[in-house]
Design a protein around this ligand. Structure first.
Ligand code: SF4
Length: 473
Protein backbone atom coordinates (compact mmCIF):
# COMPACT_ATOMS: atom_id res chain seq x y z
CA UNK A 1 0.00 0.00 0.00
CA UNK A 2 1.14 3.52 -0.64
CA UNK A 3 0.81 5.96 2.19
CA UNK A 4 -0.70 9.02 0.50
CA UNK A 5 0.12 11.13 3.54
CA UNK A 6 3.72 10.07 3.14
CA UNK A 7 3.85 11.69 -0.27
CA UNK A 8 3.47 15.08 1.31
CA UNK A 9 6.64 16.58 2.64
CA UNK A 10 8.39 19.85 3.12
CA UNK A 11 12.14 19.54 2.80
CA UNK A 12 15.35 21.42 2.15
CA UNK A 13 18.03 20.59 -0.40
CA UNK A 14 21.59 21.73 -0.96
CA UNK A 15 24.30 20.95 -3.50
CA UNK A 16 27.89 22.08 -4.05
CA UNK A 17 30.37 21.39 -6.84
CA UNK A 18 34.15 21.38 -6.70
CA UNK A 19 34.88 22.67 -3.22
CA UNK A 20 37.58 21.07 -1.04
CA UNK A 21 35.28 21.12 1.99
CA UNK A 22 32.11 20.04 0.19
CA UNK A 23 30.78 17.76 2.98
CA UNK A 24 31.41 20.25 5.79
CA UNK A 25 29.78 23.11 3.88
CA UNK A 26 26.82 20.87 3.05
CA UNK A 27 26.48 20.01 6.74
CA UNK A 28 26.56 23.72 7.70
CA UNK A 29 24.06 24.60 4.97
CA UNK A 30 21.68 21.84 6.07
CA UNK A 31 21.89 23.16 9.61
CA UNK A 32 20.47 26.49 8.42
CA UNK A 33 17.76 24.66 6.45
CA UNK A 34 16.74 22.61 9.48
CA UNK A 35 13.43 24.50 9.80
CA UNK A 36 12.34 22.82 6.52
CA UNK A 37 12.59 19.32 7.92
CA UNK A 38 13.51 17.80 11.26
CA UNK A 39 12.89 14.09 10.89
CA UNK A 40 15.86 13.00 8.86
CA UNK A 41 18.96 14.29 7.10
CA UNK A 42 21.65 13.03 4.80
CA UNK A 43 24.67 13.88 2.68
CA UNK A 44 25.98 12.14 -0.45
CA UNK A 45 29.46 12.98 -1.75
CA UNK A 46 31.39 12.17 -4.89
CA UNK A 47 35.11 11.60 -5.36
CA UNK A 48 34.78 11.60 -9.16
CA UNK A 49 34.62 7.79 -9.32
CA UNK A 50 32.02 6.71 -6.78
CA UNK A 51 29.41 8.18 -4.48
CA UNK A 52 29.39 7.77 -0.69
CA UNK A 53 26.70 8.80 1.77
CA UNK A 54 25.60 9.16 5.36
CA UNK A 55 22.06 9.65 6.57
CA UNK A 56 19.95 9.17 9.66
CA UNK A 57 16.75 10.01 11.49
CA UNK A 58 16.10 13.15 13.52
CA UNK A 59 17.75 16.55 13.58
CA UNK A 60 20.92 16.94 11.54
CA UNK A 61 23.12 16.67 14.64
CA UNK A 62 21.43 13.36 15.53
CA UNK A 63 21.25 12.07 11.96
CA UNK A 64 24.91 12.52 11.02
CA UNK A 65 27.62 11.87 13.60
CA UNK A 66 31.00 13.60 13.71
CA UNK A 67 32.60 10.32 12.64
CA UNK A 68 30.30 10.03 9.62
CA UNK A 69 31.02 13.61 8.61
CA UNK A 70 34.73 12.94 9.02
CA UNK A 71 34.43 9.93 6.70
CA UNK A 72 33.08 12.22 3.95
CA UNK A 73 36.05 14.61 4.06
CA UNK A 74 38.23 14.93 1.00
CA UNK A 75 35.38 14.74 -1.53
CA UNK A 76 34.76 17.84 -3.59
CA UNK A 77 31.16 17.41 -4.66
CA UNK A 78 28.14 16.89 -2.43
CA UNK A 79 24.38 17.07 -2.09
CA UNK A 80 22.36 17.15 1.12
CA UNK A 81 18.81 16.99 2.35
CA UNK A 82 16.73 17.65 5.45
CA UNK A 83 13.44 15.86 5.52
CA UNK A 84 10.00 16.22 6.95
CA UNK A 85 7.57 13.30 6.64
CA UNK A 86 4.23 12.27 8.09
CA UNK A 87 4.01 9.33 10.50
CA UNK A 88 3.56 6.48 8.04
CA UNK A 89 6.63 7.19 6.01
CA UNK A 90 8.92 8.40 8.78
CA UNK A 91 11.57 5.73 8.40
CA UNK A 92 15.23 5.56 7.48
CA UNK A 93 14.56 4.03 4.05
CA UNK A 94 12.86 7.28 2.99
CA UNK A 95 15.58 9.62 4.25
CA UNK A 96 17.38 11.40 1.41
CA UNK A 97 19.58 11.88 -0.51
CA UNK A 98 18.98 8.50 -2.10
CA UNK A 99 22.10 6.77 -3.32
CA UNK A 100 21.67 4.31 -6.18
CA UNK A 101 24.45 1.99 -7.32
CA UNK A 102 24.05 1.05 -10.97
CA UNK A 103 26.17 -0.36 -13.76
CA UNK A 104 25.64 2.90 -15.66
CA UNK A 105 27.14 4.81 -12.73
CA UNK A 106 26.17 5.93 -9.25
CA UNK A 107 23.34 8.40 -8.76
CA UNK A 108 22.56 10.55 -5.72
CA UNK A 109 19.22 12.32 -5.61
CA UNK A 110 17.46 14.68 -3.21
CA UNK A 111 14.21 16.48 -3.76
CA UNK A 112 11.88 18.98 -2.12
CA UNK A 113 8.24 18.86 -3.13
CA UNK A 114 5.75 16.24 -4.19
CA UNK A 115 5.19 14.46 -7.49
CA UNK A 116 1.48 14.33 -8.28
CA UNK A 117 1.70 11.36 -10.65
CA UNK A 118 4.27 9.26 -8.76
CA UNK A 119 1.85 6.41 -7.95
CA UNK A 120 0.69 6.21 -11.56
CA UNK A 121 4.29 6.02 -12.85
CA UNK A 122 5.23 3.57 -10.13
CA UNK A 123 2.43 1.22 -11.16
CA UNK A 124 3.62 1.37 -14.77
CA UNK A 125 7.25 0.71 -13.78
CA UNK A 126 6.33 -2.15 -11.43
CA UNK A 127 4.31 -3.80 -14.16
CA UNK A 128 7.51 -3.77 -16.22
CA UNK A 129 9.49 -5.42 -13.42
CA UNK A 130 10.91 -2.49 -11.44
CA UNK A 131 11.30 -3.02 -7.70
CA UNK A 132 11.04 -0.11 -5.25
CA UNK A 133 12.79 0.06 -1.89
CA UNK A 134 11.01 3.09 -0.45
CA UNK A 135 7.57 4.73 -0.45
CA UNK A 136 9.07 8.05 -1.54
CA UNK A 137 8.06 9.64 -4.84
CA UNK A 138 11.71 10.64 -5.34
CA UNK A 139 12.58 7.01 -6.04
CA UNK A 140 10.20 7.12 -9.01
CA UNK A 141 12.24 9.94 -10.50
CA UNK A 142 15.46 7.99 -9.90
CA UNK A 143 14.04 4.96 -11.77
CA UNK A 144 13.11 7.16 -14.72
CA UNK A 145 16.60 8.72 -14.74
CA UNK A 146 18.37 5.36 -14.66
CA UNK A 147 16.16 3.88 -17.39
CA UNK A 148 17.25 6.58 -19.85
CA UNK A 149 18.67 5.09 -23.07
CA UNK A 150 20.89 7.96 -24.20
CA UNK A 151 24.65 8.06 -23.49
CA UNK A 152 24.07 11.76 -22.71
CA UNK A 153 23.04 12.25 -19.05
CA UNK A 154 21.22 15.52 -19.72
CA UNK A 155 19.10 13.97 -22.45
CA UNK A 156 17.99 11.29 -20.00
CA UNK A 157 17.37 13.87 -17.30
CA UNK A 158 15.15 15.92 -19.59
CA UNK A 159 13.22 12.84 -20.68
CA UNK A 160 12.64 11.78 -17.06
CA UNK A 161 11.70 15.26 -15.87
CA UNK A 162 9.15 15.60 -18.65
CA UNK A 163 7.37 12.47 -17.42
CA UNK A 164 6.81 13.64 -13.85
CA UNK A 165 4.19 16.14 -12.74
CA UNK A 166 4.13 18.14 -9.53
CA UNK A 167 6.43 20.26 -7.43
CA UNK A 168 10.10 19.40 -7.32
CA UNK A 169 13.27 21.30 -6.58
CA UNK A 170 15.84 18.62 -7.05
CA UNK A 171 19.60 18.00 -6.95
CA UNK A 172 21.08 15.02 -8.83
CA UNK A 173 24.70 13.98 -8.32
CA UNK A 174 26.61 11.73 -10.70
CA UNK A 175 30.32 10.99 -10.49
CA UNK A 176 31.10 13.63 -13.11
CA UNK A 177 28.34 16.23 -12.70
CA UNK A 178 25.85 17.87 -10.39
CA UNK A 179 22.48 18.94 -11.80
CA UNK A 180 19.93 21.22 -10.13
CA UNK A 181 16.41 21.53 -11.46
CA UNK A 182 13.25 23.39 -10.51
CA UNK A 183 9.88 22.16 -11.78
CA UNK A 184 8.33 24.07 -14.66
CA UNK A 185 5.76 25.67 -12.34
CA UNK A 186 8.40 26.88 -9.89
CA UNK A 187 6.42 25.81 -6.82
CA UNK A 188 9.34 25.22 -4.46
CA UNK A 189 12.27 27.64 -4.26
CA UNK A 190 15.80 26.85 -5.45
CA UNK A 191 18.66 29.33 -5.40
CA UNK A 192 22.05 29.58 -7.10
CA UNK A 193 25.11 30.74 -5.17
CA UNK A 194 28.89 30.78 -5.22
CA UNK A 195 31.48 30.25 -2.50
CA UNK A 196 35.26 30.42 -2.90
CA UNK A 197 34.82 30.10 -6.68
CA UNK A 198 32.62 26.98 -6.34
CA UNK A 199 28.96 26.89 -7.32
CA UNK A 200 26.26 25.84 -4.90
CA UNK A 201 22.46 25.57 -4.86
CA UNK A 202 20.04 25.67 -1.92
CA UNK A 203 16.34 25.75 -1.13
CA UNK A 204 16.84 29.06 0.63
CA UNK A 205 19.50 31.76 0.69
CA UNK A 206 19.90 31.45 4.49
CA UNK A 207 22.03 28.40 3.61
CA UNK A 208 24.37 30.66 1.60
CA UNK A 209 24.75 33.04 4.53
CA UNK A 210 25.65 30.11 6.77
CA UNK A 211 28.59 29.10 4.56
CA UNK A 212 29.69 32.57 3.42
CA UNK A 213 28.38 32.10 -0.13
CA UNK A 214 27.11 34.85 -2.43
CA UNK A 215 23.50 34.59 -3.57
CA UNK A 216 23.63 34.86 -7.38
CA UNK A 217 19.96 34.47 -8.34
CA UNK A 218 16.81 32.35 -8.11
CA UNK A 219 16.79 29.30 -10.40
CA UNK A 220 13.90 29.77 -12.83
CA UNK A 221 10.90 27.43 -13.23
CA UNK A 222 11.85 24.63 -15.62
CA UNK A 223 15.55 25.52 -15.45
CA UNK A 224 18.10 22.71 -15.43
CA UNK A 225 21.60 23.80 -14.41
CA UNK A 226 24.54 21.42 -14.66
CA UNK A 227 27.93 21.81 -12.96
CA UNK A 228 30.89 19.77 -14.13
CA UNK A 229 34.66 19.84 -14.67
CA UNK A 230 36.66 22.52 -12.83
CA UNK A 231 33.84 25.02 -12.63
CA UNK A 232 31.88 24.55 -15.83
CA UNK A 233 28.26 25.58 -15.68
CA UNK A 234 25.55 24.84 -18.25
CA UNK A 235 22.21 26.68 -18.16
CA UNK A 236 19.29 24.95 -19.87
CA UNK A 237 15.56 24.26 -19.53
CA UNK A 238 13.96 20.82 -19.54
CA UNK A 239 10.61 22.25 -20.62
CA UNK A 240 9.30 25.10 -22.75
CA UNK A 241 6.01 25.10 -20.85
CA UNK A 242 6.99 27.56 -18.11
CA UNK A 243 4.59 28.89 -15.45
CA UNK A 244 5.16 30.89 -12.29
CA UNK A 245 3.39 29.26 -9.35
CA UNK A 246 5.65 29.84 -6.37
CA UNK A 247 4.08 28.49 -3.16
CA UNK A 248 2.41 31.36 -1.28
CA UNK A 249 3.04 29.59 2.03
CA UNK A 250 6.78 29.79 1.46
CA UNK A 251 6.43 33.58 1.77
CA UNK A 252 3.85 33.45 4.56
CA UNK A 253 5.28 30.78 6.82
CA UNK A 254 7.91 28.32 5.64
CA UNK A 255 10.97 30.27 4.58
CA UNK A 256 13.24 31.85 7.15
CA UNK A 257 12.83 35.65 7.44
CA UNK A 258 16.51 36.17 6.62
CA UNK A 259 16.12 34.25 3.33
CA UNK A 260 15.50 36.12 0.08
CA UNK A 261 13.31 35.32 -2.92
CA UNK A 262 13.85 37.46 -6.03
CA UNK A 263 16.46 39.41 -4.04
CA UNK A 264 13.86 40.54 -1.46
CA UNK A 265 13.96 39.41 2.14
CA UNK A 266 11.12 37.32 3.51
CA UNK A 267 11.30 39.64 6.51
CA UNK A 268 10.09 42.56 4.39
CA UNK A 269 7.46 40.48 2.57
CA UNK A 270 5.95 39.42 5.92
CA UNK A 271 5.99 43.00 7.19
CA UNK A 272 4.11 44.05 4.05
CA UNK A 273 1.57 41.24 4.59
CA UNK A 274 0.98 42.67 8.07
CA UNK A 275 0.48 46.17 6.65
CA UNK A 276 -1.96 44.89 4.06
CA UNK A 277 -3.89 42.98 6.74
CA UNK A 278 -4.04 46.16 8.85
CA UNK A 279 -5.42 48.10 5.89
CA UNK A 280 -8.16 45.50 5.47
CA UNK A 281 -8.88 44.88 9.18
CA UNK A 282 -9.50 48.41 10.51
CA UNK A 283 -9.52 47.83 14.28
CA UNK A 284 -8.95 49.91 17.41
CA UNK A 285 -6.68 48.38 20.03
CA UNK A 286 -4.01 49.20 22.63
CA UNK A 287 -1.26 46.82 21.52
CA UNK A 288 -0.44 44.46 18.65
CA UNK A 289 1.56 41.29 19.27
CA UNK A 290 2.82 38.58 16.94
CA UNK A 291 2.82 34.84 17.54
CA UNK A 292 6.54 34.01 17.65
CA UNK A 293 8.55 33.52 15.55
CA UNK A 294 7.03 33.49 12.07
CA UNK A 295 4.41 36.21 12.74
CA UNK A 296 6.60 38.80 14.45
CA UNK A 297 7.35 40.61 11.19
CA UNK A 298 3.67 40.77 10.17
CA UNK A 299 2.83 42.23 13.61
CA UNK A 300 5.55 44.85 13.13
CA UNK A 301 4.07 45.79 9.74
CA UNK A 302 0.59 45.94 11.27
CA UNK A 303 1.89 48.29 13.96
CA UNK A 304 3.67 50.55 11.46
CA UNK A 305 0.49 50.89 9.40
CA UNK A 306 -1.91 51.52 12.31
CA UNK A 307 0.32 53.25 14.85
CA UNK A 308 -0.79 50.70 17.47
CA UNK A 309 2.30 49.91 19.61
CA UNK A 310 3.98 46.58 18.86
CA UNK A 311 4.82 44.64 22.04
CA UNK A 312 6.21 41.23 22.80
CA UNK A 313 3.19 39.70 24.47
CA UNK A 314 4.02 36.04 23.92
CA UNK A 315 7.24 34.29 24.72
CA UNK A 316 8.29 31.21 22.84
CA UNK A 317 10.04 28.28 24.45
CA UNK A 318 12.88 27.82 21.98
CA UNK A 319 13.49 24.20 22.89
CA UNK A 320 10.22 22.89 21.45
CA UNK A 321 9.90 21.90 17.76
CA UNK A 322 7.49 23.55 15.32
CA UNK A 323 3.92 22.31 15.89
CA UNK A 324 3.00 22.52 12.20
CA UNK A 325 5.57 19.97 11.29
CA UNK A 326 5.12 17.48 14.13
CA UNK A 327 3.12 14.54 12.84
CA UNK A 328 1.02 13.36 15.78
CA UNK A 329 -2.03 15.43 16.85
CA UNK A 330 -1.97 14.45 20.56
CA UNK A 331 1.70 15.43 20.82
CA UNK A 332 0.94 18.62 18.91
CA UNK A 333 -1.69 19.74 21.45
CA UNK A 334 0.65 19.26 24.40
CA UNK A 335 3.41 21.12 22.59
CA UNK A 336 1.25 24.21 21.96
CA UNK A 337 0.78 24.68 25.70
CA UNK A 338 4.49 24.29 26.36
CA UNK A 339 5.46 26.49 23.46
CA UNK A 340 3.84 29.90 23.99
CA UNK A 341 3.62 31.77 27.25
CA UNK A 342 1.91 35.20 27.68
CA UNK A 343 3.64 38.09 29.47
CA UNK A 344 1.03 39.32 31.96
CA UNK A 345 2.49 42.82 32.47
CA UNK A 346 2.23 43.49 28.73
CA UNK A 347 -1.24 42.02 28.27
CA UNK A 348 -3.25 42.91 31.39
CA UNK A 349 -6.11 45.37 30.86
CA UNK A 350 -5.31 45.83 27.15
CA UNK A 351 -7.28 45.45 23.95
CA UNK A 352 -4.91 43.10 22.13
CA UNK A 353 -4.53 42.43 18.40
CA UNK A 354 -2.69 39.13 17.99
CA UNK A 355 -1.27 38.35 14.55
CA UNK A 356 -0.64 34.81 13.33
CA UNK A 357 0.35 33.64 9.86
CA UNK A 358 -2.30 30.94 9.46
CA UNK A 359 -4.83 28.72 11.20
CA UNK A 360 -4.51 25.05 10.33
CA UNK A 361 -6.39 22.94 12.87
CA UNK A 362 -7.13 25.82 15.28
CA UNK A 363 -5.30 24.15 18.18
CA UNK A 364 -2.73 26.94 18.55
CA UNK A 365 -5.19 29.82 18.06
CA UNK A 366 -7.59 28.47 20.67
CA UNK A 367 -4.83 28.13 23.23
CA UNK A 368 -3.35 31.57 22.48
CA UNK A 369 -6.68 33.41 22.86
CA UNK A 370 -7.34 31.55 26.11
CA UNK A 371 -3.85 32.27 27.42
CA UNK A 372 -4.11 36.00 26.57
CA UNK A 373 -7.50 36.28 28.27
CA UNK A 374 -6.17 34.44 31.32
CA UNK A 375 -3.35 36.98 31.41
CA UNK A 376 -5.93 39.76 31.70
CA UNK A 377 -6.51 40.91 28.08
CA UNK A 378 -9.72 43.03 27.86
CA UNK A 379 -10.27 42.04 24.23
CA UNK A 380 -8.44 39.68 21.88
CA UNK A 381 -8.72 40.35 18.14
CA UNK A 382 -7.02 37.81 15.93
CA UNK A 383 -5.58 38.82 12.55
CA UNK A 384 -4.25 36.23 10.10
CA UNK A 385 -1.67 37.40 7.56
CA UNK A 386 -2.88 34.95 4.89
CA UNK A 387 -6.34 33.87 3.62
CA UNK A 388 -8.29 30.94 5.15
CA UNK A 389 -6.71 27.53 4.45
CA UNK A 390 -9.65 25.69 2.88
CA UNK A 391 -8.10 23.07 0.60
CA UNK A 392 -5.34 20.46 0.91
CA UNK A 393 -1.91 20.91 -0.60
CA UNK A 394 -0.73 18.24 -3.06
CA UNK A 395 2.57 19.97 -3.77
CA UNK A 396 4.64 19.11 -0.74
CA UNK A 397 3.05 20.64 2.35
CA UNK A 398 1.63 18.40 5.04
CA UNK A 399 -2.02 19.48 4.90
CA UNK A 400 -3.52 16.51 3.16
CA UNK A 401 -7.22 16.41 4.04
CA UNK A 402 -10.11 18.86 4.36
CA UNK A 403 -10.90 17.31 7.76
CA UNK A 404 -7.61 18.68 9.12
CA UNK A 405 -8.43 22.26 8.10
CA UNK A 406 -10.62 24.27 10.45
CA UNK A 407 -11.47 26.83 7.74
CA UNK A 408 -12.62 24.04 5.39
CA UNK A 409 -15.20 22.96 7.96
CA UNK A 410 -16.40 26.28 9.41
CA UNK A 411 -17.19 29.90 8.52
CA UNK A 412 -14.92 32.65 9.83
CA UNK A 413 -17.68 33.64 12.28
CA UNK A 414 -17.89 30.06 13.58
CA UNK A 415 -14.12 29.90 13.88
CA UNK A 416 -14.10 33.15 15.87
CA UNK A 417 -16.52 31.57 18.35
CA UNK A 418 -14.59 28.31 18.48
CA UNK A 419 -11.25 29.94 19.26
CA UNK A 420 -12.90 32.38 21.67
CA UNK A 421 -11.66 35.61 20.03
CA UNK A 422 -13.57 38.92 20.00
CA UNK A 423 -12.94 39.17 16.27
CA UNK A 424 -11.15 37.16 13.59
CA UNK A 425 -9.93 38.70 10.33
CA UNK A 426 -8.04 37.07 7.48
CA UNK A 427 -6.01 38.76 4.76
CA UNK A 428 -7.84 38.59 1.41
CA UNK A 429 -6.49 36.47 -1.46
CA UNK A 430 -6.22 39.62 -3.64
CA UNK A 431 -4.41 41.48 -0.86
CA UNK A 432 -1.90 38.65 -0.49
CA UNK A 433 -1.11 38.56 -4.23
CA UNK A 434 -0.77 42.36 -4.33
CA UNK A 435 1.92 42.14 -1.66
CA UNK A 436 3.83 39.41 -3.51
CA UNK A 437 3.77 41.47 -6.71
CA UNK A 438 5.35 44.40 -4.81
CA UNK A 439 8.31 42.06 -4.26
CA UNK A 440 8.74 41.09 -7.92
CA UNK A 441 6.98 37.74 -7.73
CA UNK A 442 5.75 36.72 -11.17
CA UNK A 443 2.92 34.53 -9.88
CA UNK A 444 2.03 32.26 -6.99
CA UNK A 445 0.15 29.07 -6.24
CA UNK A 446 -2.78 29.83 -3.94
CA UNK A 447 -4.56 26.47 -4.26
CA UNK A 448 -4.89 25.86 -0.52
CA UNK A 449 -6.75 29.19 -0.27
CA UNK A 450 -8.80 28.96 -3.46
CA UNK A 451 -8.90 25.37 -4.70
CA UNK A 452 -7.38 26.49 -8.02
CA UNK A 453 -4.72 23.84 -8.48
CA UNK A 454 -2.15 24.89 -11.09
CA UNK A 455 -0.76 21.35 -11.64
CA UNK A 456 -2.78 18.26 -12.43
CA UNK A 457 -3.22 15.97 -9.39
CA UNK A 458 -3.11 12.61 -11.12
CA UNK A 459 -2.57 10.22 -8.23
CA UNK A 460 -5.49 11.43 -6.14
CA UNK A 461 -7.86 10.46 -8.95
CA UNK A 462 -6.60 6.85 -8.93
CA UNK A 463 -9.18 4.40 -7.45
CA UNK A 464 -6.75 2.89 -4.91
CA UNK A 465 -5.72 6.32 -3.62
CA UNK A 466 -9.36 7.43 -3.42
CA UNK A 467 -10.06 4.31 -1.38
CA UNK A 468 -7.22 5.15 1.04
CA UNK A 469 -8.62 8.67 1.41
CA UNK A 470 -12.14 7.33 1.99
CA UNK A 471 -10.79 5.17 4.81
CA UNK A 472 -8.96 8.17 6.24
CA UNK A 473 -5.53 6.57 5.77
S1 SF4 B 1 -1.41 24.54 -2.25
FE1 SF4 B 1 -0.77 26.10 -0.74
S2 SF4 B 1 0.89 25.16 0.43
FE2 SF4 B 1 0.60 23.96 -1.45
S3 SF4 B 1 2.03 24.81 -2.93
FE3 SF4 B 1 0.09 25.86 -3.26
S4 SF4 B 1 0.21 27.68 -1.93
FE4 SF4 B 1 1.81 26.27 -1.27
Amino acid sequence: MYDIRGLNEECGVFGIWNHPHAATLTYMALHSLQHRGQEGAGIVCSNGESLFGARGMGLLTEAISDAQLESLQGFQNAIGHVRYATTGASEIANVQPFLFKHSKGDLGLAHNGNLTNAVQIRHALESEGSVFQTTSDSEVLAHLLIRGKSPNIKTNQKAALNQVKGAFSCVMLNTNQLAAVRDNNGVRPLMLGEVDGAYCVASETCAFQAIGATYIRDIEPGELITFSGENDIDYDYYSTNINHNMCSMEYVYFARPDSEFHKHSIYNVRKALGKKLASEMGIEADIVIGVPDSSLQAAKGFSEYTGIPNEQGLLKNRYIGRTFITPDQSVREKQVRMKHSPIRDVIEGKRVVVIDDSIVRGTTSKYIVKALKSAGAKEVHMGISSPPLVDPCYYGIDVSTHAELMAAQHTVEEMKEMIGADSLTYLSVEGMHEVFREFDSKGECDACFTGNYPIEIVDHQLPEVKELKRRGV
